[in-house]
Design a protein around this ligand. Sequence first.
Ligand SMILES: Nc1ncnc2c1ncn2[C@@H]1O[C@H](COP(=O)(O)OP(=O)(O)O)[C@@H](O)[C@H]1O
Ligand SMILES: [Mg+2]
Length: 226
Amino acid sequence: MSEPLIEAREVSRQFESVEGSIKVLQGVDLCINPGNTISIQGESGSGKSTLLNILAGLDRPDGGSVVWGSSDIANQSSSKLARIRASLIGMVFQSYYLVPELRALENVMLGGRISGMNTDLKERSKALLEKVGLGERMASLPATLSGGERQRVAIARALISEPKVLLADEPTGNLDEATGDSVMGMLQALCVDANVALVLVTHNTNYAARMDSAWILRQGVLEKGS
Ligand SMILES: Nc1ncnc2c1ncn2[C@@H]1O[C@H](COP(=O)(O)OP(=O)(O)O)[C@@H](O)[C@H]1O
Ligand SMILES: [Mg+2]
């Protein structure tokens, strides 16, 4: 079998607060293999976003390690990490985080530009927007798009750099049920199509159960879900 894309080994993370230190992660192990789909559920505040940030190398664990391919990322400079991250990882968030001044097409192209994926960028961005059902809305500004449409743009932006892993943090959290279902269906289909591994943080038990493996973050550790 090929090596994991990302591996968390005994990862711990705590934050200092006025009430003292909060132990958020207390020994998380997780292995993301090529093309695998993984769900992570857990109560609000259980550390799901913290874990995704650590997997993405945007936050550093206090203990344990994160390995990308065969490299422990602890000893790498943030500029080198940013360069590797750009080709390894795409991210999607609950609140979309589109650039409000940029049209849908420009938002997607920006994702490619940041990752250095400039070849045929405009054509590839258009094709991807068509694939997510926004062929008619490429010139629209985010404020004129619905929540579901904004998330589709954000998904296209995340995938334009052809990442190997997509980290999705409650991607349907701000959407009504029917819109969430359709965005989720599209997200999963795109990942399967392009053999992109998907780590899905969600409160939706049905979406979670559709992944190859399901986990629940409880008291700082990942427990096997159903
Ligand atoms: N940068 C930070 N500084 C202090 N506390 C934080 C920080 N990030 C997260 N926390 C705390 O860590 C806990 C887990 O947060 P988070 O990972 O956002 O949970 P979830 O995504 O599961 O809702 C919360 O108690 C939160 O307040
Ligand atoms: Mg969160």
